[in-house]
Design a binder for this molecule. Structure first.
Ligand code: 5AD
Ligand code: SF4
Length: 536
């Protein structure tokens, strides 16, 4: 009988990708993925260290497993990813029942570690070198590349995939733990990336999102001095048949070069959407954060993006309550958000991270309630801006890639027991425009994974609401117009929509991050991989 594994993922898109790859490796080795940790022989957490809250959640989950492990000593518990690299042996001090500690640069060893625990019943630790432990090439080598073959069943959608362009980060923003736990920035060989995207396209993938901590600083230098930049890579990926959309996240403001903006402008498959975190609207704070740009530079960069790429949508990240942030500094951030026209912003309360420069140099001097208030104030400003941005679409027809049932439809089907199994069943669906705007509309389930035209009728700060305006496929494969052959099943109240969008709730204090938009939030969501019920 195959061994069962439970894998829970916290954190950014890089972790989502790592978990997909870990799951694929384990499945190939005969493991079956299960949804309930209590049923599993192996319980794994792929972890995040960006904010304290993400770590607390994992330590609490580990605490809850202590008794379970006592009753089932042969079960293996593993901590993977950033927390493993950051805390190392400390994890075993706090949770002695953990068997495996495996950093993000060591995931290729996971199978071996599992075998070793089974063979020796001894805890196993695999972590990379610290940035100061050795010369750079040695540290780089200790963060091993991990990009095994992809399995479409392990993604939320087989038609969308993340693709890694580089590991690590060299920016060393003073608040950020990533350069320590993910190591030096190393760009992947472009041929490898192109081959992976071709492979994904052959598997039916239509949209790829290139991911890197600072994706736009991607550069691969060949031995003869030739260099491949992100813009060059986009040109190569653009030629791959089957791929209809290419996105890339996350961008560093200073590396937003003209060649990249021109590539986005000139390549129709490249989405006109740029996520370029500003972090603060105050020069004093930006300097303390060591972001290496001023607010004026950032504003010029935005203007350049908009001039070069008509219709581009831009989103940002902000940290509120960073050390030394006065009311005046915060007001400057509010001013930037009020006038920059971001599609949405991800807003975080500063969380001091041991091991960072800010932790060493500056006291965490903004009280929690002030952080919370600033967080809510900034969210409210961004919500107004987002609403104005969304309302522009009313009366327009947009093309979207249908991603699946909306959250509201999921909830409803759980409550009513309605199971939209028939491909022609209508339900509330959600998808995104190429500018990353979320669109909710009613349609048949067999549109999931298709590109459709939707006429936008209404908007909230987070969501566009519309109706199908393109012909849709009937059950028998015939093309039909909405409402002619396929009657919508009444799943929705007239304006159930407001509840359907994946809205953040600023009042929900327990979130460690707040989103001014976005179901597929980039950060700090807690998710389990789609559970693949093996037939075997
Ligand atoms: N505290 C709060 N937010 C942080 N981020 C990174 N480090 C911290 C921290 N110590 C945020 C930044 C970054 C996003 C991934 O997380 O806004 O862009
Ligand atoms: Fe962290 Fe700054 Fe690197 Fe982003 S660019 S991962 S915020 S150090």
């Amino acid at each position: 009988m195959s061994k069962k594994v439970f894998l829970e993922t916290v954190g950014c898109q890089m972790n989502v990708l790592d978990s997909e790859l870990v799951a694929a490796t384990l499945r190939k080795a005969g493991y079956q993925l299960v949804a309930d940790p209590k049923q599993a022989d192996v319980i794994l957490f792929n972890t995040c260290s960006v904010r304290q809250h993400a770590e607390d959640k994992i330590y609490s989950a580990l605490g809850q497993l202590r008794r379970h492990k006592q009753r089932h000593p042969h079960k293996i518990i593993g901590v993977l990813g950033c927390m493993a690299q950051k805390d190392q042996e400390l994890i075993r001090q706090r949770a002695p029942h953990v068997d495996i500690i495996c950093g993000p640069g060591q995931l290729g060893k996971l199978l071996y570690l599992l075998e070793e625990v089974e063979r020796t019943r001894q805890p196993q630790l695999a972590v990379s070198l610290g940035r100061a432990d050795a010369h750079r090439p040695e540290v780089e080598r200790s963060f091993e590349s991990y990009d095994p073959l992809r399995e479409p069943e392990l993604r939320t959608n087989r038609f969308q995939a993340y693709v890694r362009t580089q590991f690590g980060c060299d920016k060393f923003c003073t608040y950020c733990i990533v350069p320590s736990v993910r190591g030096p920035e190393q760009s992947r060989h472009p041929d490898e990336i192109v081959a992976e995207v071709r492979f994904l396209a052959d598997q039916g993938c239509k949209e790829v999102t290139l991911v890197g901590q600072t994706v736009n600083s991607y550069h691969y230098r060949f031995g003869d001095g030739r260099m491949v930049r992100l813009s060059d890579l986009l040109y190569r990926l653009h030629d791959i048949p089957g791929i209809r959309r290419i996105k890339f996240i996350t961008n560093f403001p200073r590396d937003m070069t003209d060649d990249l903006l021109q590539a986005v402008r000139d390549l129709p498959k490249v989405c006109r959407y740029l996520h370029v975190p500003a972090q603060s609207g105050c020069d004093i704070i930006l300097r303390r954060m060591k972001r290496m740009y001023t607010v004026a530079f950032y504003r010029d960069m935005l203007a350049r993006c908009r001039e070069t790429i008509p219709g581009v949508a831009i989103s940002s990240d902000f940290i509120v309550g960073f050390c030394g942030e006065t009311e005046e500094s915060f007001q400057r951030t509010c001013d930037l958000v009020a006038h920059a026209g971001f599609k949405n912003s991800y807003i975080f309360k500063y969380s001091p991270r041991p091991g960072t420069k800010a932790f060493e140099l500056y006291p965490d001097d903004v009280p929690e309630e002030v952080k919370r208030r600033r967080n809510n104030d900034l969210l409210a400003i961004q919500a107004k801006v987002s609403l104005a941005d969304h309302r522009r679409f009313i009366g327009e027809t947009v093309e979207i890639l249908v991603e699946g049932p909306s959250k509201w439809a999921y909830k409803l089907s759980n409550q009513t027991g309605h199971d939209a199994r028939q491909p022609s069943d209508w339900l509330q669906l959600t998808g995104r425009t190429s500018t990353d705007h979320i669109v909710v509309f009613d349609g048949p389930k067999n549109l999931i994974g298709e590109f459709v035209q939707v006429f936008i009728e209404d908007a909230s700060p987070y969501t566009l609401f519309g109706r199908l305006s393109s012909p849709v496929l009937a059950d028998n494969g015939e093309k039909t117009k909405q409402g002619m052959l396929l009657e919508p099943i009444t799943l929705l109240g007239s304006r159930g929509h407001e509840n359907s969008a994946e809205q953040p709730n600023p009042a929900y204090e327990d979130r460690e991050s707040s989103f001014s938009n976005g179901s597929r939030s980039l950060y700090q969501r807690r998710l389990s991989l789609p559970i693949v019920q093996d037939q075997a």
